[in-house]
Structure formats: structure tokens, C-alpha cells
Design a protein around this ligand. Structure first.
Ligand SMILES: *Cc1c(COP(=O)(O)O)cnc(C)c1O
Length: 376
């Protein structure tokens, strides 16, 4: 039996998600995509309410996309940025976000600067306050990074950013479905997330949320995002609609909505507590093994546990665990290059247990890591 410790990578969808997707694909093969979608119109529309409930915002503030990166890129592209403007990122900025930001900065003439971290490894909020001025137009924050158990102090950073009028873009890719993410409470203007990770949705799905009155300027949309006015004009649709295109995988969308309903039925407070507790148990047990070190900074920690075994390359640890049916990720991901470089870590193994992982399974995983460390 598989011990699945990779919900930060691509989690296991529950049966209802699978049933929604396969059922809809069958319907499409029988009556065609348009008629099949029409039959599910109410559920598709209800998806905005479901995600509004999940993120504690209005349905109209939600848009569905095909990945967290698509969401993040569309939001970034909609922020008016020009010469002389400053954009601030944190040490744990996601690699995919960073490269796009560097490219856009070249073209539009703004600068990208990194906020310092404090001794616990999270953003140094006091130092951030010193860096903020009215030239800062955007602050990009990663709620939970891809490569450690850190939880960023989002609300504090957002508050400081708003004092100088900057917009706050939150990469919530690792936090939605993992811990409660309430947009208003966090005080962010924009948020991006994915389906396949902690939400247990299908691959190829993502979503975003925007504050109702955020001063954004979406650039590339179709007739789903804007109405044609006469034959020469357009009228942007309200809320987050300009961030969606006409075409999408209806089966995947239905699967994503089912996954979010499933999470809401359990309750995000319950899920958050259970996942973080599993992370704590695993982190503590691994750290106690001679030759094993854990690498999770921050004041507050999530269910993501990163570690290494002295003398054994991370990929080898991963492969040995895989052979025993224990699924983790391992490697030297460019996805977190800035943070890894700053902390002097070249590689790590990542274990990310969801609420469906039992304590007994965690013990088995710890035993397996102990055996790898002892063999060295
Ligand atoms: C996985 C990840 C992303 C990218 O998500 P996709 O759905 O693959 O686009 C962005 N940010 C963080 C922190 C991630 O872990």
C-alpha cells in the first residue's frame, strides 16, 4: 500500500472528484461538449460560490484558470507597472514567478527587490517597513513556499504594503486546501492557487481571486472577459471575469469544484489543524534520527517537512522510499533557488502528509528514513 506524502506536489483526488470528471467525459462523448456543459450549468455557476466560501470572498471575485502559474501571471500582467516603480518579493518567491517578473521588469523598466528575512527565516516585517515607499507598487508574497514548512506572516506584510499604497499579490498555491485562507483577513488584493495540490483536485486546474475594487488593468481577454460594443469597442465584464477565457476543460472544472466542496465539508480549520499536526509529528521524529536534519524555518510551520540524510543524495533517498511505496519528492528544485541559495542548501527531500495519512503511516516512513540513515 502506498504511503502518500506528496500533497505539496500533486495529491490524491477523492472518489467524488474522479466520478465528476469521468462522468462528464462520458456525457461529452454521448451528447457533445456544449450540451453536456449545459446540463451542468448550475453546478458550474455554483463553483464561484464554493470558492468564495473557501477563500471568504464574493463569488464575483473568483476566476478559474488552468494552473496557479497561469493565475499568477495573469494577475501580475494586470498590475500597471512602469519605469521607476519598485516591486518587492520575499526570499521564498517561487522560481516560476521570479523569472516572469524579471522578464517584465526588463521591458517595463521597474525594479525587483527582495525583502530581507529575520533570524527565524520569515520576512522581516520591520525591515520591510523601512524598504516600503510610495514607489513600491506591488509586493509579492508566497503564503507557504514550495520548499519548506514556513508560513509567511501575510497579514502583517499586507498591512505595511497598503500603508504606502502598494498592491499585494499572494501566491497561495501551497496554502489553499492546507490551512484556512481568508482573503479579507489576510488583506491581500490578489491571490493565486492550484487544484492538484492540497485541494486534491485534478491536474490542469487553477483559480484566482481579486479584491473587488483593486485597480487592475487586465490586458489579454476574450469575449468571456469583455463584451463587444458595436463592432469597434469593448466593455470589460465586472470582477474577476476578465481573467477567464471561453474555453476550458469542463470535466476538470467540475472535478475542481467537487474537490473544494469536499474540503469545505470537512472544514478548513479541521484540515489545517490536522495537516500541521502531521507536519509537526513527522518533523520532530525525523529530526531525532542521527544523521538526519530538517530544514523548516519560520515562526509558524505547515504540513510541509523538508529534510536530508547525511551522505545520501536527496534523489537517492526519494528513490529508496519510492521502492517501499512511500511517495515523497526530492531534488534540487530551481523552484526555490533564491531561498535555497540564501540558506546554503543545495537539495532536500520533501514530505507533505495530508489529513488522510495515518500516524502509523508516518511512523513507517520515519522507520524507513532511519534505516537509510543507519545504512550509511
Ligand atoms: C506549485 C507552486 C506553484 C505553481 O503551481 P502550478 O499549478 O504548477 O502552476 C506556484 N507557487 C508555489 C509556491 C508552488 O508550490
Amino acid at each position: 500500500m502506498t504511503i502518500f506524502l506528496d500533497s505539496a506536489g500533486s495529491s490524491l483526488p477523492p472518489d467524488v472528484v474522479l466520478a465528476e470528471m469521468t462522468g462528464h467525459l462520458q456525457a461529452e462523448a454521448q451528447v457533445g461538449g456544449y450540451k453536456a456543459a449545459e446540463a451542468r450549468a448550475d453546478d458550474l455557476a455554483d463553483g464561484y460560490r464554493v470558492f468564495g466560501d473557501l477563500l471568504d470572498c464574493e463569488p464575483g471575485q473568483i476566476a478559474f484558470t488552468d494552473s496557479a502559474s497561469r493565475s499568477w501571471l495573469s494577475l501580475l500582467d494586470a498590475v500597471p507597472l512602469g519605469p521607476g516603480d519598485r516591486v518587492l518579493i520575499t526570499q521564498v518567491e517561487y522560481g516560476g514567478n521570479a523569472v516572469a517578473l524579471f522578464r517584465l521588469a526588463e521591458q517595463r523598466g521597474f525594479t525587483v527587490e527582495q525583502l530581507p528575512s529575520d533570524e527565524t527565516g520569515q520576512v522581516d516585517v520591520a525591515a520591510a517597513q523601512d524598504m516600503l515607499d510610495e514607489r513600491v507598487k506591488l509586493v509579492s508574497v508566497v503564503h507557504i513556499p514550495t520548499n519548506s514548512g514556513l508560513i509567511s506572516p501575510v497579514a502583517e506584510i499586507a498591512k505595511a504594503a497598503h500603508e504606502v499604497g502598494a498592491l499585494v499579490l499572494l501566491d497561495a498555491c501551497q496554502s489553499v486546501g492546507h490551512i484556512p485562507v481568508r482573503m479579507g483577513e489576510l488583506g491581500v488584493d490578489m491571490l493565486s492557487g492550484t487544484g492538484r495540490k492540497w485541494l486534491r483536485g485534478p491536474r490542469g486546474t487553477g483559480f484566482l481571486a481579486v479584491r473587488a475594487d483593486a485597480p487592475l488593468w487586465p490586458r489579454l481577454f476574450d469575449h468571456t472577459g469583455a463584451d463587444m460594443v458595436g463592432t469597434t469597442g469593448y466593455q470589460l465584464r465586472p470582477g474577476a471575469q476578465p481573467f477567464e477565457l471561453y474555453e476550458y476543460s469542463v470535466a476538470a472544472r467540475l472535478g475542481l469544484i467537487a474537490a473544494a466542496r469536499y474540503a469545505l465539508d470537512i472544514g478548513m480549520d479541521t484540515i489545517g489543524a490536522q495537516v500541521c499536526e502531521r507536519g509537526r509529528l513527522l518533523r520532530t521524529a525525523l529530526a531525532a534520527i542521527p544523521g538526519v536534519s530538517t530544514h523548516d524555518p519560520g515562526r509558524e510551520r505547515s504540513g510541509i517537512v523538508t529534510f536530508s540524510v547525511a551522505g545520501v543524495p536527496a534523489e537517492q533517498v526519494r528513490d529508496i522510499l519510492w521502492e517501499q511505496g512511500i511517495v515523497v519528492t526530492g531534488g534540487r528544485g530551481p523552484a526555490a533557488r533564491i531561498d535555497m541559495t540564501a540558506r546554503g542548501i543545495t537539495e532536500f527531500v520533501r514530505a507533505s502528509p495530508h489529513y488522510f495519512v495515518t500516524e502509523q503511516q508516518l511512523d513507517q516512513a520515519v522507520d524507513a528514513v532511519r534505516a537509510i540513515a543507519a545504512g550509511h
